[in-house]
Structures are given as C-alpha cells and as structure tokens.
Ligand binder design. Sequence first.
Ligand SMILES: [Zn+2]
Length: 363
Amino acid sequence: MYTFNNKRYLPPAALDDLIVQNNLYDYTSILGYSVENRPILVSSFGSGKRKVLLWSQMHGNESTTTRALIQLFSDLTLKKSSFLDNLSIKVIYQLNPDGSNKYSRFNANGIDLNRDAIKSTQPESKLLNSLFNVFKPHFCINLHDQRSIYAAGNTNVPALISFLAPSYDESKSINEVRESAMAMIGNIYKKIKPNKNWSVGRYNDDFNINCFGDFFMSQNTPTILIEAGHHPNDFGRNLVVNEIYKCLSNFLNLFAHGNQAKSNINTYLSIPENYNHLRDLEITNIRCLEGLSNKLFIQFYESLKRDKIYFFPKIEKESSKKLYGNRIIDFSKFTNKSIDLKQNNQKIIEKLKLFLDFDLFLR
Ligand SMILES: [Zn+2]
C-alpha cells in the first residue's frame, strides 16, 4: 500500500478548521445532526432574490468539491462580491459527516444518501429535503467526486469535470426546468479551457427518482450535478479544485445576472458522454513465461488508516471491454525478467513491485 500527503480525507474536524481559517464561521450555523449525532453545517450568504442551494460530500469520501466551496465563499465574502447582492445562497459543505469521518461513500447506517431522496429514511436526507422545502431554491447544485475510470467520450482522455442535467421522468423528457439546467451547464462548459491531458464529460441521464438531482428536478427546480474528476498526475485532486472553483464562480455570476436562458441546449448535448473504460495504469511489454509480451491494467483503491489515505493496486485484465490507461508504463524499461501472468493477481502485484515503485505514480 502506498500513501502521500493529500487533502482528500476531509473529516468534520478538518472542515471545522477550514471554516474558521477562511473566516466563514460567522455565516455558518447548524442545520441538524447526522446518525452519529455530528452537526451538519450550513452557511448562508447574500440577501438577493435569486435563491441557490449547493451541497457537497453527501458521499463522505468525495471531498474535492467541498474544498472548492470553501475557497470560493472565502474569496466572495472577503471581496464582498456583487454576486451576493443578487443571490441568497445556502451551502451545505458536508451533508454526510459520519461518512466523511470514515472516508466512506455511505452514511453511518450504510445508506447511500443519493438513493434516499424520495424515501428520505435518513436524518441527513431529511435535512436536505426540509431545507429544500423551506428555502425553496430557484437552482440547486449537487457536488460530487467521480472515480478515475471516466473518459470524456470514447477516448483515452480523462474527464476532469463531468456534468449532468438529471432527468425528471423515465422517458428523459426535456421541459422548461430541465432545459434551464442544460442551458446553464452549456454556459459553464463554454468557459472551461480543457487541454490535451484532460477534458469534460457528460453523465448518463438514466432516470432514478431516488437521486436528489432527479427528485428536485421532478419538483420543478433546475438542478445540476457537477463531478470533480481525475487528472493522471494529480491523485491529490488539487488541480481540479481550481477548475471546480471556476465552474461554481461562473455559475453564480451567470445566475446572479439572470442570463442563463440565453443559451440553448445544444452546447450541453455536444459535451461527450462519459465512458468508464480508463484505469490508473496500463503496464505494457511485460515479458511472461510463454515469452510473449503482454499488458495488464492496474486500478488503485483507497482506504483510510489512522487519518491517512492509502492506495492499493489491483489488477484488472482486459476482457471483452477495451480498456485504456490513464498512464502507460513500458515495463521492459524496468526489467527484461519474465513474470508468470497465470498466477493469482496478488502474486503478480508482488512480482511487479520488485521492479516498479508504484509510489512514483501516486502524486
Ligand atoms: Zn458521489
């Protein structure tokens, strides 16, 4: 297992520190409590007519967008941004503090909160629903992290950012509400400047009323999903924090000035759909016992141990599905010794480690 210093583990105690360090304390109050009785915080900004609700870390191990929110609102309040005159904003930085503490997607009852929108069985889901009902936002932003397996379209370019204007019915109809979510994404997308190392993707819009985005859309409130993704040289997800920051800042600017309706939905539909065919490493030119050159794919899995996140490599062999590596490593540059690729995966990993330092690829 490998680790390095990164900020992806963002437990409630670290969030409290960030709120204080960034002078957001005065804007923040307790919305309610989680299953394990941890406070769920909400900040309120601005006093304008147009109301926006944003939430992050409903999946506890998805903290990148939380960091972007903190930086953004710290800057906006410091500069006394004019956005705040036109908008009333509620921000839940961490809807799932119990999961965040354990670095888990799920809440303390093992429930995926983003499948609990309509049933609303969990205290965290109830709080989001009641804030939605009381505050009556005109626009919602649902913030997540996505895994490193997503490419923008049928390419080998990772989706550093992904968007979705969720469906509100099985037939994925487009009404005025969904159209305004699509138009907003189109406008945000036009301002992003991808490069050859990363691009932007669009999520599958299969309808699931148990997801908050789909549910809020069905309640006639435009909602967009923004996912922070992976850059092959940035497992700490520091680069993408800035990109998400820019997207959110552009969103607030557009929404504050009410000009999101000027765009049509074609820009949104032009964003390539996500393909889940990327893996962290593609190791090529492995000499195996049969003398044949071969390749395999490695995906890193994360686990929390004593306040640190460790990444452990797992082998994935290409099956019927064609895979691509986020990084390609020519194994023949490390050794010309042969490796028995018929042994079990753990043994293959142990062998690879004799020649390859996986740590080198985790930065
Ligand atoms: Zn998520």
